[in-house]
Design a protein around this ligand. Structure first.
Ligand code: G3H
Length: 254
């Protein structure tokens, strides 16, 4: 029977939900690596869903990345008081792609508030311990524990490592451990094992399970293995925003 592209994507989403048992799947057409319009469509869809979920007093933990940086272009003002909290400190990314900047943009777009995490994420043990006891840093750490939602991107491991100018030792380590994906500073392999985690003051992996929802976004065939691996660690309360290319890959993979 003839299926429209929307039917096909809804059918894909239904099958993926059955297979992976996650909260929901949102699928845009095509392969986001192919054009700019599709790249914009994903953060737009995520923004629209998030918009519906906001409520008085909602706290949203926000991660970094170029996809996340576009979410703010599509959020509209809300009546309710909402708070955006950076999930991570500085990870060596361009300022506009850092969680702090994105949290601030989302607050501007919705008329909400935001916090700033004044801490780089890759510091030595001593600095890390003393930063952790800074009141403003502790406040953000606490808010990340209490937040209702987490929104984040999923990246291809080496693309992210290069973009963050990691050391050659780290690069070697990622190669040896066969990292394929990255999300909020955690690098993981195809089995979904965390192979490297940056010691962070921000959101911790174990905080995810108690959230009302985790909104994760990734598009483009270059990210399909990364998303495939992420499926092995994705908490049940995940809402995944992907394109058709990744969706088909997830459906076909074991
Ligand atoms: O932390 C970054 C994300 O994992 C992916 O970043 O949206 O720029 O590809 P991206």
């Amino acid at each position: 029977p003839f299926m429209t592209t929307l039917d096909r994507r809804m059918d894909l989403a239904r099958k993926l939900k059955e297979k992976y048992k996650l909260q929901d799947f949102f699928i845009i057409r095509g392969d986001a690596d192919e054009n700019l319009e599709l790249q914009q469509a994903l953060p737009k869809l995520m923004a629209e869903e998030l918009q519906k979920m906001l409520f008085e007093g909602a706290i949203v933990s926000v991660a970094g990345g170029s996809t996340m940086a576009n979410v703010g272009n599509h959020l509209k003002p809300v009546e309710e008081h909402v708070l955006f909290v950076p999930a991570r400190g500085g990870l060596g990314e361009e300022i506009i792609n850092q969680a702090n900047s994105i949290a601030s943009r989302l607050a501007t777009a919705t008329g909400g508030e935001h916090k700033v995490l004044y801490a780089p994420d890759s510091v030595g043990e001593n600095v890390f311990e003393s930063l952790k006891s800074e009141p403003s840093v502790m406040e953000v750490a606490e808010l990340n524990k209490q937040s209702h939602y987490v929104i984040h991107g999923i990246g291809e491991a080496f693309m992210m490592a290069h973009r963050r100018n990691v050391s050659s030792e780290t690069l070697l380590e990622l190669e040896e451990k066969e990292a394929v994906g990255e999300a909020f500073g955690y690098y993981f392999n195809a089995d979904g094992d965390i192979v490297r985690k940056v010691r962070t003051i921000g959101l911790q992996l174990e905080d995810l399970e108690t959230k009302r929802a985790i909104l994760a976004v990734a598009g483009g065939s270059s990210k399909k293995e990364a998303v495939g691996a992420y499926m092995k660690i994705a908490p049940k309360n995940t809402m995944l925003f992907i394109d058709e290319t990744i969706a088909q890959f997830l459906l076909d993979s074991k």
